[in-house]
Design a protein around this ligand. Structure first.
Ligand code: PEP
Length: 254
């Protein structure tokens, strides 16, 4: 049975004290209210990561993730953070290829393939994001776009390496816009992604791959999205900044 995951992406939000409050609330609510075996992941800005482990109280239904890591292990890359550094404080997950990194920082599939290699080499679990823009959706090109992001970013991996990834399908037109993909639209492309994985790595790897949906997911639409056969949870932006909303989304699996 593949893992169900609800991951929050705080993006560039929350100062230190705000982050402590938000994470503490999430921990307490998850502890009291999550009865299924879904995993809750909090991907916070770098400044928070080390302190979150102290607040976790050893509670393992919540994992800590970063939002980016560099493609080299160390060196003269001012302002960057490496997978080695993240691993040294026990960070478990790292978001790679978020559309905001692709759009504002010029990250392309070739660079993301390198980031994925280094993250895996150091024991991080990448949450690898793919998804089309509005014009790519409207032109009908979205299957090809998603396929090439997936193949160019990850299909150089061995089956064993690939099986450590979480894939997040995030249509760019749905991120932060309040416009959610319908459950049918999301299921259609999730099934397509799983089929592509099966064609490359075989059905059993595909069946075990967790594929998250991201894009204006909220407590009202999570139930329907997460009940689709190929949607194994969500990558949550805006709603992860409110503990009640975030944990209510995670409870869609209860
Ligand atoms: C995201 O940035 O990954 C995301 C899904 O954002 P939002 O939930 O705000 O659309």
């Amino acid at each position: 049975m593949r893992k169900k995951i609800v991951a929050g992406n705080w993006k560039m939000n929350k100062d230190f004290n705000e982050g402590v409050s938000l994470f503490s609330e999430v921990i307490n609510m998850v502890n009291d209210e999550i009865i299924g075996n879904q995993q809750v992941v909090v991907c916070a800005p770098f400044i928070h990561l080390n302190s979150l482990f102290g607040l976790k109280k050893g509670y393992d239904k919540v994992s800590v993730g970063a939002q980016n890591s560099h493609q080299e292990e160390s060196g003269a890359y001012t302002g960057e953070i490496s997978a080695v550094m993240l691993k040294s404080i026990n960070v478990e997950y790292v978001i790679l290829g978020h559309s905001e990194r692709r759009q504002y920082f010029g990250e392309d599939n070739a660079l993301l393939a390198k980031k994925t290699d280094i993250a895996l080499k150091h024991g991080l679990k990448p949450i690898f994001c793919i998804g089309e823009t509005l014009s790519e959706r409207e032109s009908g090109e979205y299957f090809n776009i998603v396929k090439s992001q997936l193949a160019e970013g990850t299909f150089h991996l061995s089956p064993d390496e690939f099986s450590k990834l979480v894939i997040a399908y995030e249509p760019v037109w749905a991120i932060g816009t309040g416009v959610t993909a319908s459950s049918a639209q999301a299921q259609e492309i999730h099934a397509f992604i799983r089929k592509e994985i099966a064609a490359k790595y075989g059905q059993s790897v595909a069946d075990e791959t967790t594929i998250l949906y991201g894009g204006s997911c909220n407590p009202k639409n999570a139930d329907e999205l997460f009940s689709q056969a190929d949607i194994d949870g969500g990558l949550i932006g805006g709603a992860s900044l409110k503990s009640r909303d975030f944990v209510d989304i995670a409870k869609a699996f209860n």
